[in-house]
Design a protein around this ligand. Structure first.
Ligand SMILES: [Fe+2]
Ligand SMILES: [Fe+2]
Length: 146
């Protein structure tokens, strides 16, 4: 199981953003559980959920950045790309582990908990810095309905 849990300290003050950030921790727990049990099917499903989640969540933040003319959007976008990169690398490494596991004599350990911890640390730092700055901007520059 990862180390961080959702807490009010992580709230950035925007309902939709906080709600979506909470969901990250739920998926992270599903990944950790199924990886521990080496339940490949459930792990695959949770990974798919994480990929969909990341796409939806990052796109929504990026839409808000564009619509509110957020001055930090280029840097924020770059950080999202770094996470996608990390996630793809974690997927590759875990796949390799499963392949090696299927081969006789493999004694390596399940790498998912370390991989997932790296994603989680990134996420918590991102929420506390980059996302919080965006939330403050959106709150003080509300997007007008069209
Ligand atoms: Fe973000
Ligand atoms: Fe976010």
């Amino acid at each position: 199981m990862g180390s961080a849990v959702w807490s009010a300290d992580l709230e950035v003050g925007l309902l939709w953003q906080d709600h979506q950030h909470k969901r990250f921790f739920v998926i992270r727990d599903q990944l950790a559980r199924s990886s521990k049990l080496e339940d490949k099917r459930s792990f695959k499903l949770a990974l798919l959920q994480l990929e969909n989640y990341v796409q939806d969540h990052f796109s929504l933040e990026e839409i808000y950045m564009n619509q509110s003319n957020y001055p930090g959007s280029a840097d924020h976008f770059k950080e999202h790309q770094i996470f996608i990169h990390k996630l793809n690398r974690a997927k590759r490494e875990f796949k390799l582990y499963l392949k090696e596991l299927a081969e006789e004599g493999y004694t390596g350990t399940n790498p998912w908990l370390d991989l997932s911890l790296d994603l989680e640390i990134w996420f918590v730092e991102h929420i506390n810095g980059t996302d919080r700055r965006l939330a403050n901007w959106i709150i003080s520059h509300p997007v007008q309905p069209t």
